[in-house]
Design a protein around this ligand. Structure first.
Ligand SMILES: Nc1ncnc2c1ncn2[C@@H]1O[C@H](COP(=O)(O)OP(=O)(O)OP(=O)(O)O)[C@@H](O)[C@H]1O
Length: 465
């Protein structure tokens, strides 16, 4: 009953969508759909998944939600609290952790009501993607430093590090992290004017302002920002006029103590034809990078994305993806979505074989760069036997297991067909190779020891290329 009331409130809330802040609202909806409405005559509580969402709702959406709530219930007196629902929050702490939100101290515990704010609805469109926040950003060795810096900046705008320059190669989570800073800031400090803009949009706005003789308005708009988040500044390369305009914007903001956050795919010095004065300014504060994630971080990211997108893949397929897609998280995510869609549309279980066939375009490199001899050597070392024994006809237990594992890894990590694998393994028949592969594939579901053997060996082979 309460939940259907909540859904009606959300429907009404959506209808306020043409006002400033509508973009954020579209994203906040996803977060709010997971909330639970409790209560009755004396008042209602909305239980949300984390203190971050609590703050976001409280500081930015409360007034509109309350209006929607009152309209739907036709009760102008009614109100609700926003509480954190403890069991909705991930508790696991491991080497790779999903962050529990800003301020460290905002970690979930017993429900914490916040004082109801006065009207603090947004009148400023930050242009931030509301799906990117600290809580769904997985922290691993690859991004620990960048994350810590981002977190500090989010909590102390303009005081911690200014400017903050984040770089890393394609699809490694730069936009996610800089957006998380912005989203956290507007949750903690609702009156801050945070603006996220891509370098391309900045350029387009400027070109249009020049065309329509509106440069004063353009400059005015950028001078009144408290936090400028500019994504992909490598695209400044070769754009002299844009560089010049950004230089003036940068100076005005910096001199007024405003926070500047920049992301790029390389260090300032490596952006071709970037003016020296911008190069040096970009490095005035803190430069941090995001590196290629390790296997565990990729698995953790995949698990988070699967939960978010409601995709259910078996763990061996998750390991397979994390192992095969080397460096681009966007590709990893795309692969997961593709497999999820295939599973839904075809109604078939997703196996490693299916994944390999569907995603062959994403993983050609890993399948070409590892030789059969290397795989046999690694497997032999691991099981303390010799490669020639794996190829032999001998059938004692360790050798049989090593042979099955070798077949499985060759099939996974190379382009070899089953007949070729059979030949490589001492002239065996292709049906023997298929049997070995299937044996391992089936056992992976139920045999943790075998799974960890495979994961270890794959990781080792892939790392050394
Ligand atoms: N550590 C992480 N935790 C959770 N999700 C991540 C992480 N790193 C990347 N992602 C996800 O990967 C996808 C790509 O990330 P994002 O767009 O931020 O990358 P980028 O570095 O800005 O890419 P580009 O260089 O193309 O601009 C996003 O969906 C993002 O949520």
């Amino acid at each position: 009953m309460s939940q259907s009331l909540w859904n009606r409130v959300l429907e009404r809330f959506c209808e306020f969508g043409s006002e400033p802040g509508a973009l954020e609202r579209d994203g906040i909806l996803d977060l709010l759909k997971g909330a639970v409405l409790e209560g009755g005559k004396d008042g209602y509580s909305v239980l949300v998944g984390s203190s971050f969402i609590q703050r976001l709702v409280q500081n930015r959406y409360y007034k509109d939600l309350l209006t929607a709530f009152r309209e739907v219930t036709q009760n102008p007196e009614i109100s609700f609290d926003v509480l954190v629902q403890p069991e909705n929050v991930p508790r696991k702490k491991r080497k790779v952790v999903r962050n529990s939100g800003p301020e460290g101290g905002l970690s979930p515990g017993k429900p914490v009501p916040l004082p109801l704010g006065e009207d603090r609805s947004p009148s400023w469109n930050s242009n931030l993607n509301p799906r990117y926040f600290f809580e769904n950003y997985v922290v691993g060795v690859c991004n620990q430093f960048a994350h810590a810096a981002a977190f500090a900046i989010a909590n102390n705008p303009s005081k911690a590090y200014n400017p903050f320059y984040l770089f890393g190669s394609v699809g490694l989570g730069k936009t996610h992290l800089v957006s998380a800073i912005g989203n956290c800031m507007i949750a903690l400090y609702p009156s801050l004017k945070v603006l996220y803009i891509t370098t391309e949009s900045f350029l387009n706005e400027m070109v249009s302002a020049i065309k329509f003789n509106k440069m004063n308005e353009f400059r005015e708009r950028y001078r009144k920002i408290d936090v400028l988040i500019m994504d992909d500044v490598q695209f400044l390369s070769g754009k002299e006029r844009t560089q010049e305009e950004l230089f003036y914007t940068f100076n005005a903001l910096y001199e007024n103590g405003k926070q500047i956050i920049l992301s790029s795919d390389c260090m300032p010095n490596d952006i071709p034809t970037l003016e020296g004065r911008l190069k040096s300014r970009f490095g005035w504060g803190l430069i941090a990078d995001i590196q290629i994630p390790d296997f565990e971080t990729k698995v953790e990211i995949l698990k988070g994305k699967m939960a978010q997108e409601k995709v259910d893949l078996p763990m061996d397929v998750v390991y397979f993806l994390a192992n095969s897609i080397k460096s681009n998280i966007r590709e990893l995510e795309g692969a997961m979505i593709r497999l999820g869609a295939y599973g839904n549309l075809m109604g078939k279980p997703i196996t490693i074989e299916v994944a390999r066939n569907l995603l062959s375009d994403l993983m050609p490199l890993s399948r070409e760069s590892i030789s059969v001899d290397r795989i046999l050597q690694e497997v032999a070392d691991y099981f303390k036997v010799l490669p020639k024994e794996i190829r032999s006809k001998k059938r004692h237990k360790t050798l049989v297991t090593a042979r099955h594992v070798a077949v499985y890894l060759i099939r996974e990590l190379t382009q070899k067909s089953y007949p070729e694998i059979g030949r490589e393994l001492g002239g065996r028949d292709h049906s023997t190779a298929i049997y070995s592969f299937k044996m391992v594939e089936e056992k992976l579901e139920s045999d943790p020891a075998l799974t960890s053997d495979i994961v270890y060996l794959k990781k080792k082979l892939e790392q050394q290329g």
